[in-house]
Design a protein around this ligand. Structure first.
Ligand code: TIU
Length: 228
């Protein structure tokens, strides 16, 4: 079998200015594309949200994931959730929202946001392939209380393409955490989604404002051109 050669560094058109993508140092990090957030009957819908706002991100993510795999580059996935005994669930998170049903309780797809339950797992369209690290995170950010930083350091990763849901919650928190740890983050706007259109817009604006205070924003088609 021929060894895969990584594409060369390429400038990807982005805002606030071009992102110099170094494929060998760049990981694709897909945030929380879980059934509980994207499918009818899950935790997201239970909170009163319209899941169709998130489902439009599935197809662009699927194309980007396929291209990233074909180029032989690093793919990682995250899942928000907790241990079955809920020992890693902060009491503040358990009671937030004053909902009759909350994290750890029985929902339509098993116990809500509990590891090992059907609703906690990643949607079939973007299911992790063998060998792709899956980061189980108890918080909104993918670095808090996980081994993500170690995994990235061991692989020589300095850049992240961050996709997934939701734009203003887990994606923004993760981009901010990554930025403070020295990673350059590129966010394709069609691959991230929010239940709220105004938060989608502002969540992306906040990343690229002030000269790219947290990172860069582009589209998946620009990234596909760069690694294709
Ligand atoms: N993954 C993620 O963003 N978790 C959330 O709880 N998001 C909401 O927008 N609620």
């Amino acid at each position: 079998m021929l060894a895969k050669t990584s594409p060369k560094p390429t400038d990807v058109p982005a805002e606030p200015y071009a992102f110099e993508l170094k494929p060998a140092e760049c990981g694709l990090l897909i945030i929380d594309m879980q059934r509980d957030f994207l499918e009818p009957g899950g935790f997201g819908e239970m909170l009163g949200n319209d899941v169709s706002q998130l489902r439009r991100t599935i197809e662009p993510n699927r194309r980007l994931l396929a291209a990233w795999r074909a180029a032989g580059l690093l793919v990682m996935h995250t899942r928000e959730g907790h241990r079955p005994d809920l020992s890693d669930l902060p009491p503040s998170k358990k009671i937030r929202g004053r909902s009759a049903t909350s994290i750890g309780d029985k929902g339509p797809m098993g116990r809500i946001l509990v590891r090992g339950e059907a609703g906690h797992d990643i949607i079939p369209e973007l299911y992790p392939a063998p060998g792709e690290p899956v980061i189980d995170k108890p918080g909104k950010g993918a670095f808090h209380a996980t081994d993500l930083h170690s995994i990235l350091q061991h692989r020589g990763i300095t850049q992240l393409v961050v996709t997934g849901v939701t734009t203003e919650v887990c994606v923004n928190t993760t981009v901010r955490e990554a930025n403070d740890r020295g990673y350059d983050c590129l966010v394709p706007e069609d691959c991230v989604g929010s239940y709220f259109p105004e938060f989608q817009e502002m969540g992306l604006k906040m990343i690229k404002a002030q000269g790219g205070i947290f990172g860069w924003v582009t589209t998946s088609s620009e990234i596909l051109k760069a690694i294709g």
